[in-house]
Design a protein around this ligand. Structure first.
Ligand code: SF4
Ligand SMILES: [Zn+2]
Length: 109
């Protein structure tokens, strides 16, 4: 895997994020994007769907792979991506090549 992909410990699976530093009794890494912006709003995935353009998946058992600040699509190659992707013409984010409506901006692609 590309060296730009960080390995971040202690994420929640299901909703995947690193936003519970004070609320969990295991050691959790800090999301580098939240850290840069001084917020705790960015999440890797919600309801088992990847929503962050830096999210590169999970390494077993529960380590988040994160390519921030490089778009995951620029870092991952070949079989590290599970399906063909295309760029949304409205918002520019990468989406499933089969998608008709963009999941990010809700526009037709
Ligand atoms: S994938 Fe996104 S939300 Fe998750 S740790 Fe990286 S930048 Fe933060
Ligand atoms: Zn879009």
């Amino acid at each position: 895997m590309d060296k730009r992909v960080r390995h971040l410990k202690g994420g929640h699976l299901g909703d995947i994020d690193l936003t519970s530093q004070d609320k969990v009794n295991w050691k959790q890494s800090v999301c580098p994007w939240n850290e840069d912006e001084g917020v705790d709003t960015h999440k890797c995935a919600v309801k088992y769907t990847s929503i962050c353009d830096y999210f590169c998946g999970i390494k077993y058992l529960d380590t988040i792979l994160c390519s921030y600040p490089h778009a995951n699509i620029d870092v991952l190659t070949g079989d590290e991506i599970d399906r063909p992707m295309k760029k949304c013409l409205s918002c520019g984010r990468h989406i499933d090549a089969e998608a008709i409506i963009c999941g990010h901006c809700n526009m037709r692609t």
